[in-house]
Design a protein around this ligand. Structure first.
Ligand code: FAS
Ligand code: PHB
Length: 391
């Protein structure tokens, strides 16, 4: 088999990259190790930055998002015993953000791929990038019991945190920056009407978050210890604990019901530099992971894809390599900006086991300052809504 760009991973990064390259006349093949059903069964992100909405809309995969997405002007922060406050993103930076599930985006991308007859090979086994530092790289894999060699000009690792691509870069070349947080998030999806706003809660019992997927699909999270076992958390116990972390008027407004999904995710920050090695590029979770507190993970995958697809299109259509050479540094500037925002919000809103009185008091002051300072709120609003892309 031969193509111009071999894409490893059929998550949001891989499918979106394939879609945008196609729209610029660049051929690609997507190799996904799981089945389509498995990929679509994953419940993940839910908040889209303005730039993500723009990228999906301008590449023909935003129609359903426009119809079913829920646009927000800002988000609420509540804090045990204190008045809640609203970060008015629209007022501060004249941007809005969209609540629309990653699962829906994945469905929309698969539909678009089917319409254009895209080469998306699911259940591709033992995918392996080869000769990535030569000008004739290729990928080997097994599909339907056959061993296949896919020759290409470039390979893009969109295969997530546990993928094979990042591991193909020698440890002497790769610099890893990481931080593990001493807690995780226990999340629930329920077919109940959500609160009108996205609400972040800092409470002595721990962090909580109220979000949504649609007018009849709610998404809630509570901070939970790393050794939390899903089987210990009945729906009733989850709802009691969630409500205990919100002020009474909000807790009373939370509609409860049976969960249709429940999962635990650890919180970590992780960045691998550089995001290029020879003809191999990394995009999305293959290169970086952020704690979900800032709703940045999926948005960073989209910004990497925006930068890389623009660079590859410039190369194939104008013969210019400049943007391709700048890709890693340009993508990493945005990655680190989101890593910092996610780190800031995680420290601001969670209760850290073993935090000293000083740490706790400093956190309370930071919340007080954010509540009272227009400038502090504008700085957070700018980051939360997403910075504009570099030209
Ligand atoms: P993905 O991991 O989505 O996709 C990688 C794809 O590559 C997968 O389909 C995988 O099967 C495939 N793959 C892996 N190895 C392969 C191999 N060797 N060969 C072929 N294919 C291979 N972000 C938010 O913004 N908000 C959230 O609330 C949020 N919650 C999350 C909860 C969980 C449990 C997880 C894991 C992530 C969450 N994220 C959240 C982050 C998430 O949304 C990611 O940022 C997003 O999925 C990144 O997309 P991709 O880079 O495409 O990686
Ligand atoms: C979600 O809806 O899943 C969500 C919303 C806001 C976040 C994280 C996750 O910060």
């Amino acid at each position: 088999m031969k193509t111009q760009v071999a894409i490893i991973g059929g998550g949001p990064a891989g499918l979106l990259l394939s879609e945008i390259l196609h729209r610029h006349g660049v051929d690609s093949v997507v190799l996904e190790k799981h089945s389509r059903e498995y990929v679509l069964s994953r419940i993940r992100a839910g908040v889209l930055e303005q730039t993500t909405v723009d990228v999906l809309r301008s590449n023909g995969v935003g129609d359903r998002m426009e119809r079913e997405g829920h646009v927000h002007d800002g988000m609420k922060i509540v804090w045990a015993g204190r008045e809640s406050f609203f970060i008015d993103v629209k007022k501060h930076v004249n941007k809005r953000f969209m609540a629309y599930g990653q699962t829906n985006i994945q469905e929309d991308l698969f539909v678009a791929a089917d319409i254009r007859g895209a080469k998306v090979l699911t259940e591709a086994e033992d995918v392996q990038p080869v000769d990535v530092t030569t000008d004739h790289p290729y990928v080997t894999f097994r599909h339907n019991g056959e061993s296949v060699r896919l020759s290409c000009d470039y390979i893009v690792g969109c295969d997530g945190f546990h993928g094979v691509s990042r591991k193909s870069i020698p440890s002497s070349v790769l610099r890893i920056f990481e931080k593990e947080y001493p807690f995780g998030w226990l999340g629930i999806l329920s077919e109940t009407p959500p609160l009108p706003d996205i609400v972040y809660a800092n409470h002595p019992r721990g962090f909580a978050l109220a979000s949504m997927r649609s007018p009849m699909l709610s998404r809630y999270y509570i901070q939970a210890p790393l050794d939390t076992k899903l089987e210990d958390w009945s729906d009733d116990r989850f709802w009691r604990e969630l409500k205990a972390r919100f002020p009474k008027e909000l807790a009373d407004a939370i509609a409860t019901g049976p969960s249709i999904e429940k999962s635990i995710a650890p919180l970590r920050s992780f960045v691998a530099e550089p995001m290029r090695y020879g003809q191999l590029f990394l995009a999305g979770d293959a290169a970086h992971i952020v704690p979900p507190t800032g709703a940045k993970g999926l948005n960073l995958a989209v910004s990497d894809v925006f930068y890389l697809s623009r660079a590859l299109a410039a190369l194939y259509n104008q013969g210019s390599e400049a943007l391709l050479e700048q890709y890693s540094d340009m993508a990493l500037r945005r990655v680190w900006s989101s890593v910092r925002t996610s780190w800031y919000l995680t420290n601001l809103l969670h209760r850290f086991p073993g935090a000293s009185d000083f740490d706790q008091r400093a956190q309370e002051f930071e919340l007080d300052y954010l509540k009272s300072s227009h400038h502090a709120q504008a700085a957070l609003a700018e980051q939360y809504a997403g910075l504009s892309f570099e030209q």
